[in-house]
Design a protein around this ligand. Structure first.
Ligand code: KMT
Ligand code: NI
Length: 163
């Protein structure tokens, strides 16, 4: 089920160029962490919940894991702050190649609306992450290639891919 991808080292600037934002934060006591609270405020993240992705605790674990790993987009940002465990976010670069981003405790990542991506656990098979959102959360994935007709995809391409 878990697959290996070429593990290419990627400069942070390359992620920035395709709209991915990344911070290293303190995951212990994050409720009282100034940096975390500032990011929430400045970026307008009003909603927050916690997902615990583990076979024994997440209802529908197998199905969810499978759908996370299908290449998809969202109409909104995907914002995750890892507070325990670890996993991989894969994003497509401007040449449609995968970039694999290992996320560990303390890593906070923002995937822009419309970016092709997928998620998988590593061999520890466990991650716990905060999910943030602006307003009422919508988690709908649109899989590739059907997602290509969505306005969010065109907007993303216009902003980050088309020169
Ligand atoms: C998603 O939408 O892909 C996820 O929630 C993945 C798990 S969060 C680390
Ligand atoms: Ni997603």
């Amino acid at each position: 089920m878990r697959r290996l991808s070429p593990n290419v080292s990627c400069p942070l600037q390359k992620l920035r160029d395709i709209g991915v934002i990344f911070w290293k934060l303190n995951a212990d006591n994050y409720e009282h962490d100034d940096q975390y609270q500032t990011i929430r405020r400045v970026r307008g993240y009003s909603y927050e919940d916690l997902v615990d992705i583990h076979a024994d605790r997440l209802p529908g674990y197998e199905e969810k894991i499978k759908s996370f790993y299908l290449e998809h987009i969202h109409d909104d940002e995907e914002i995750r702050f890892v507070v325990d465990g670890s996993g991989y976010f894969d994003v497509r670069d401007a040449d449609d190649r995968w970039i694999r981003i290992k996320c560990l405790k303390g890593d906070m990542i923002v995937l822009p609306a419309g970016i092709y991506h997928r998620f998988t656990l590593d061999t520890k098979n466990y991650i716990k992450a905060l999910r943030l959102f602006t307003g009422e959360p919508v988690w709908v994935p649109y899989n590739r290639p059907e997602c290509d007709s969505r306005p969010a995809r065109a907007e993303y391409v216009g902003k980050f891919i088309a020169a």
